[in-house]
Design a binder for this molecule. Structure first.
Ligand SMILES: C=CC1=C(C)c2cc3[nH]c(cc4nc(cc5[nH]c(cc1n2)c(C)c5CCC(=O)O)C(CCC(=O)O)=C4C)c(C)c3C=C
Ligand SMILES: [Fe+2]
Ligand SMILES: [Fe+2]
Length: 335
């Protein structure tokens, strides 16, 4: 390959989402997602018959109906936002003189991480930085992306140089973008009695076995509260999206919302700092189901504060994170 064809790639990875809000498409997506041993840690021989015999037949149509309520003319919100974030990240890095090709890849569904790595390689990338949409590291998410990249790498004869960003839960730019997002909401709509910071849960067992995710969520919440100058009484950290019968991280979001309402909290605002793009878990589970739970239990006002999505300040934070990890790689255009 000629020297001036050496490019640096940035692969921005997110979870992935179904191709359509239909039971067959959701089934395909969930089958891939839930057969990842990083996600469900039950031995394969016991789990796969249960997954195909019970979970998928029951869950696919129920989930599809939920996806239908958030679907946009351009597709699933998660995909729309991830694509825009990657495009704007390309712009941000390009404007700062970095000769990089930014692509986005989905851990489950399309565009697959392997296909995007193939494309970056074909486009002349000899170095690739892998950046995820997950600020907090978890074996269930971040490590699963790393697994997918390594599985691709194991099939290459000429492996590119690879770097991974494992976490940015305490990154100043990320926290500041979140704080400004929330403050802007408060300037427009006034302040709540309580701010609920809801993170996606994981099984409690994973944390007991060493997953640092819960600590990183707590650290993000604490630092964000500091940026917002909130006392411990003014905010609550919760975990949402429990899957299955096992104990997950607590306190759970929905029961907390009900408890707050019953205790006389008039208004809650909910933000989801662990999600950098709005998706089913924020738009349906929080903004619809969470709202209904709070209001039905006697709460008067519920505000969902949207994710960072493609906010300029967030793209700059993401760009800075990428830039820090590109250090030492010459990304200047060839003379
Ligand atoms: C933000 C971090 C996430 C962690 C940690 C996480 C762990 C985790 N998730 C499941 C099961 C499901 N998650 C689902 C949707 C979903 N999860 C995340 C993020 C994290 N998951 C996102 C961004 C989304 C939304 C996807 C979208 O298309 O909008 C779903 C699918 C939806 C449903 O049927 O409810 C499942 C299932 C487990 C088991 C897990 C950790 C063990
Ligand atoms: Fe999830
Ligand atoms: Fe959910």
């Amino acid at each position: 390959m000629p020297v001036n064809e050496r490019w640096t790639g940035v692969l921005y990875c997110n979870l992935g989402t179904p191709e359509a809000p239909t039971a067959p498409a959701v089934r395909t997506y969930l089958a891939e997602f839930l057969s990842d041993p990083r996600v469900v840690e039950i031995p394969r021989a016991a789990w796969l018959p249960l997954l195909y015999g019970l979970v998928l037949p029951l869950r696919a149509s129920k989930s599809a109906a939920k996806y239908a309520t958030i679907w946009t003319p351009e597709g699933s919100p998660l995909k729309v936002w991830t694509e825009r974030q990657a495009k704007r990240l390309q712009g941000w890095l390009g404007e700062r003189g970095h000769r990089v090709r930014v692509a986005y890849g989905m851990r489950y569904g399309k565009p697959a991480i392997a296909a995007q790595l193939d494309a970056l390689r074909a486009a002349g990338c000899t170095r690739i930085l892998v950046l995820t949409a997950y600020p907090q590291y978890s074996g269930t998410t971040t490590a699963s992306v790393i697994d997918a990249v390594n599985a691709w790498s194991a099939r290459q004869r000429h492996v590119p140089e690879l770097r991974f960003v494992n976490r940015y839960h305490d990154d100043r730019g990320y926290l500041q973008a979140l704080a400004h997002r929330i403050e802007r909401h408060w300037r427009e709509h006034g302040r709540p009695d309580q701010l609920v910071l809801s993170f996606h849960g994981i099984p409690e067992r994973a944390v007991r076995l060493g997953d640092p995710y819960a600590d990183e969520c707590r650290r993000t919440a604490h630092l964000l509260a500091e940026w917002l100058q909130l006392s411990d009484q003014q905010y609550t950290l919760t975990f949402q999206s429990r899957f299955g019968k096992a104990k997950w991280l607590e306190p759970y979001t929905e029961p907390t919302l009900k408890k707050l309402a019953r205790a006389g909290t008039r208004r809650v605002d909910v933000a989801c700092p662990g999600f950098t793009a709005d998706c089913l878990e924020t738009l349906e589970e929080i903004a619809q189901e969470g709202r209904a739970a709070f209001l039905t239990a006697g709460g008067k006002e519920f505000h969902y504060i949207p994710c960072l999505n493609d906010e300029t300040e967030w793209i700059a934070a993401l760009g800075n994170i990428a830039q820090q990890h590109l250090a030492g790689w010459d990304t200047t255009p060839p003379k």
